[in-house]
Each structure stands twice: as structure tokens, then as C-alpha cells.
Design a protein. Sequence first.
Length: 247
Amino acid sequence: MEFEILTKKCLCCLEPIEGFSEIVKLMDCTHELCAECFSRWKRMKDICPLCRVKITKIREIFLDKSKNCDEEGYCKSAEYDFQFVKDKLAEEEMDLACLDHAYFHEELQKLTKLIVDVKRERFERRGAEGTDHEWNVLEQIEIQLDNLCILNDELVQFDIHERLSEIYTMAETLFKIKTGKLEKEFVPYVDPNYEYTDFDVYNAQYDDYGDEYYQECDEEAEEFYKYESNVARKGKGVKVHGRKPKA
């Protein structure tokens, strides 16, 4: 039975079941999905993605290897009628419906203030320890935030879940930069709808150590970027993406 558990995979993402902390079993056909895939699937269909059997009952199974599991390798679970799950989802959607452009305007303004705070704490104060990698990621967040502000001000329709996820991710990354806990492997956000300038490109290529560049950058461009990047970080008045760093 243990071997069977280890070799099972989620029906949607095909990742091994053992790698998840929570899975969902469709009781009508016994097929299993990871909780994340089920969360997306339940919004679209009420049938099993594999055998197409109608879903009437589900069981949430929480895997915890630190505790004693039952003979199937499961530690604890809870069973629900699928209609109950759909009703709860409908309630959540109604709650989210009140999150309009005015709400997101306030949230985006909070992020704008947080960026100013991060710049001051991490780069502009005497003895600040901000790295070039952190600065580059901060720049990319500014680009993303500027685009979201424009779209929000123009009342462009958006997916609420996606917008909340974007704001949460930006806020989480900004707090990591502020506390010096940003991973060196972190990949900055690249907006496919934004037309990047040469300055953006040079900025993204300036690495964590400040002395390596991609080969396509010529020497003049490298020196120009290095100068303006350092001046901007010290708060000497160079504008970056329309914002002027505060001293």
C-alpha cells in the first residue's frame, strides 16, 4: 500500500501525490487531485477530469508524515457533499464581487508607499545594504505596479483572483527586499504587455555583484547604466521610471 501511495499522481498536474500536504479524493470514482488543481477544477466542472463521472462527494485528505498515518498512508480527512462545496464557492464569489476598482486603487496606493519605504530603508539611508539584484527586482515591481495603476484608472476589466495574487506577490517580494531576505535566484516579473526601453534592459542585466553584464551590452551603455544606477540608488535625483528617489 505504501508503494501505491508513493506512485500516485495528481490527475491534472501529474505531480506525485506524496509531494502535497493536501489532496482531494473524488468519492464517486476514487480518483485523486492535489488541492490546488481541484480548487481550479471545481470552478469549471462537476465531473471527474479523467473518467467524466459526475462528482457528488469529495474527501479532503491531509498528508502529514510527522504523525502516525492509517494503513493507506493518510493522516486525517474530511468528507463533503460536492454541492456544499459549490455553495461555499458561490458565497466566496459574491464576497469578492465587492472588490471593485476603488478597492484596488487603495491597495495599489499602499504598494506605491511601500516601494518608497523600501527604497528609503534599503538603499538611501547611510549604511544601507541593498544589493543591485534587489534594486533590479524593485525596478521590475515598479513597472508592474505602474501598469496595474494605469489599467485600474482606465477601469479595465480584470480577473479578481489574478489581481489579488499579483498584489500579494508584489507585497511579499517588497517585504523580502526590505528585510534583506530576497533569494538571489528570484526571477523579476516581466510584463508581456509592457514595451521595455533600453534603460529597462540594461537595468535587468546588471547583476547581483555589479561587475558582470551580458555580452550584447556595449561598453558605453554599461558605463552609462552603472553611473545612473549608482546615482539613483544614492538618491541624487535621477528619475527612474517617472519616480524621483527621495533623499
